[in-house]
Design a protein around this ligand. Structure first.
Ligand code: TRP
Length: 374
């Protein structure tokens, strides 16, 4: 798999002046890739010119290294407390493992959120209102969003935002056929960065972001708050945000969701090291690391690590990294919220909570927030 990245600064949340997008991923050969790129370009020149900085397309044959990935890995492993950036979990193998996680008995999040959506989609659509533009963050194949798209009254446009171009292209074609009255305007983008809403032929009454999956919980608290401000800015006054969040609950239930009995989550976490070996020519002995999960119930935060079971050294592109026995490499946080706590954080971004829905056991919640700034 090739990664083509724009030459953006490394930090996850640049200043509000930067409106460029970050990552395009493709499994295609060079020529197919360019073809699909141009196909999109002819349909949506505005978003391409707005969104992308030019960057040379790498030849798959040359096995060239994704330098952003390499740099992030080298920097992360050079910290006093070693870390690896969680955005690199999702290569092909990682995405496949994550799909398996979503189907695990212990991983209650996906099915609970889906149940809430299925039960309350009409109310959600009513809250969002008529004539909207719906922007979905991390849309994937958009299959689960169809119920929402269908429930919305006079939806003007649907904008799936994802870093996987493959997913997006397939999705967009399919959605256009299904919903000929809806403008489908896919954006290949890293939604953690500020971006502009695409121009539509018909003017929507307002825009709404749909951000499912409790993905906001994977950002540190300060970045989650910044991201809410960014969403509010992009949406403008009266813009809506329909967001899924995982709720605080009995710690053993939460821990099991991230440390399942079939060790799929362990494999997902360890795949990061395999990916470094595969794509960056690293020589990690992956068998000498184990998946480790902690839940801090004071903060309401799952902490995920890879722990070295041996005293060992790994080399990546000539750079050596030493791992002591029991040394932990941090890979991801997953925040669990209370509805009140999340609303407070959102209020700082001038979002006010209009309505929320939960399951009977109050495991997960979907919130509808509106940007009250004038
Ligand atoms: N957004 C998911 C979550 O926080 C991501 C996730 C699920 C995850 N399982 C994981 C991330 C295991 C790292 C390791 O629930």
């Amino acid at each position: 798999m090739d990664l083509i990245t724009t030459n953006l600064p490394a930090e996850a949340f640049p200043s509000s002046t930067i409106s460029a997008k970050a990552v395009i991923i493709t499994n295609h050969s060079h020529s197919i890739r360019q073809g699909s790129f141009l196909r999109q370009a002819s349909i949506y020149p505005h978003y391409l010119t707005d969104a992308f900085l030019s960057y040379p397309i790498q030849q798959p044959e040359s096995k060239s290294i994704n330098h952003a990935f390499l740099k992030d890995v080298l920097v992360g492993l050079s910290q006093p407390k070693k870390e690896l950036n969680c955005k690199y979990f999702y290569d092909e193998r990682g995405s496949d493992l994550f799909d398996q996680i979503c189907q695990l008995d212990e991983y209650y999040l996906t099915r609970t959120e889906q149940m809430i959506m299925d039960r309350h989609v009409d109310e959600m659509a009513y809250q969002i209102g008529t004539g909207a533009m719906l922007v979905e963050f991390g849309s994937g194949s958009s299959i689960k969003t169809r119920t929402l798209i269908e429930a919305l009254d006079s939806l003007v446009a649907y904008v799936p935002v994802d870093i996987s171009e493959d997913h997006l292209l397939k999705t967009a074609d399919d959605l256009r056929q299904r919903y000929p009255d809806v403008e489908v305007l896919p954006m290949v983008a890293d939604f953690t960065r500020e971006f502009q809403l695409p121009k539509t032929v018909r003017t929507p009454s307002h825009a709404a972001v749909y951000f499912p999956g409790s993905t906001i919980g994977n950002f540190p608290a300060d970045q989650a708050a910044q991201m809410l401000s960014m969403i509010a800015r992009v949406l403008g006054p009266q813009g809506g945000l329909l967001i899924g969040i995982d709720l605080q609950k009995e710690p053993s239930i939460i821990k099991a969701a991230y440390d399942d009995s079939r060790n799929i989550t362990a494999e997902f976490n360890l795949n990061l090291l395999h990916r470094i070996n595969r794509q960056l020519g690293g020589n990690f002995n992956v068998d000498q690391f184990r998946h480790h999960v902690e839940y801090d119930s004071n903060i309401g935060r799952v902490e995920i690590y890879l722990v070295s079971t041996h005293d060992q050294t790994a080399t990546i592109q000539g750079q050596e990294f030493h791992f002591g026995i029991g040394e932990a490499v941090f890979t991801e946080h997953s925040h669990k919220y209370t509805i009140e706590g999340f609303s407070q954080m959102a209020a700082a971004a001038e979002f006010s909570l209009h309505k929320h829905w939960t399951d009977p056991e109050r495991q997960f919640a979907v919130l509808h927030l509106v940007n009250e700034r004038c």
